[in-house]
Design a protein around this ligand. Structure first.
Ligand SMILES: [Mg+2]
Length: 237
């Protein structure tokens, strides 16, 4: 029986991808007025994926992944930064626009309220640093929803390592079999949670799965949902 439901933040409850794209579009419009920002959004997404992964694996530190994203993006326009500080400053200016675009998915708060109404305890595990993730929770009025929020930056090891899932279950004083974890990444979230003995739920929102993804999810025992509206019934068993 599930007693605790744990969530990923970015692109599960919080519409990170849209905020990223709106944020970089606004930043480009300000700093490179002759550039068609829409043509470069996918490249910005890809650089985040590439360099944030290097941060999570320990290859870069947190500011290092920001500088790498700024440098590679601007190199596409033939621009270079003379100093690390200049690259970090450019990234900070982008973040102002990113924060301005923050929003939750429409299904986020109704889902959390429904779960709470059923007597379930709620928590969060997010791969990031507290100073970057906590303001999202505070601004978007999510913080009060969760008994425990665990960030990989504070804990020391990111998802999908089993240790961060087990640590969070211990904070709630429940067995992993009594907890479910929901996230938008199949391996990092759903299969990672399964590996630690939790119920794993893959939130596959706005795209069709690759042919082997559903087979992988099934082989791991992870559930697949298309909207958070499906979650209360799923965890009710
Ligand atoms: Mg996510």
């Amino acid at each position: 029986m599930i007693r605790v439901v744990l969530f990923d933040l970015d692109d599960t409850l919080f519409h990170h991808r849209q905020a990223v794209r709106d944020g970089i579009a606004a930043h480009v419009a300000t700093t490179l007025p002759d550039v068609d920002a829409a043509a470069h959004l996918d490249r910005w997404d890809a650089l985040e994926e590439q360099h944030y992964h290097r941060y999570l694996t320990g290859e870069l530190d947190y500011l290092g992944q920001r500088r790498a994203r700024a440098r590679d993006f601007m190199a596409g326009f033939g621009e270079t930064f003379g100093t690390d500080v200049a690259a970090e400053q450019w990234f900070e200016e982008y973040l102002v626009e990113y924060v301005r675009a923050w929003a939750l998915y429409d299904d986020a708060l109704p889902c959390l309220r429904a779960l709470k109404g059923s007597g379930l305890r709620l928590g969060m595990i997010t791969n990031g640093i507290p100073s970057f993730q906590q303001p999202k929770l505070d601004t978007l009025e999510l913080a009060a929803q969760f008994e425990h929020v665990v960030t990989s930056g504070e804990f020391g090891t990111p998802k999908p390592d089993a240790s961060i899932f087990l640590h969070t279950c211990a904070l709630f004083d429940v067995d992993p079999s009594e907890a479910a974890y929901i996230g938008d990444r199949l391996h990092t979230d759903a299969i990672g949670a399964r590996g630690a003995g939790l119920t794993g739920v893959w939130l596959l929102r706005d795209r069709d799965p690759e042919p082997d993804e559903l087979a992988e999810a099934a082989a791991s025992g992870a559930h697949v949902i298309r909207t958070l509206a499906e979650l209360p019934a799923l965890v009710a068993g």
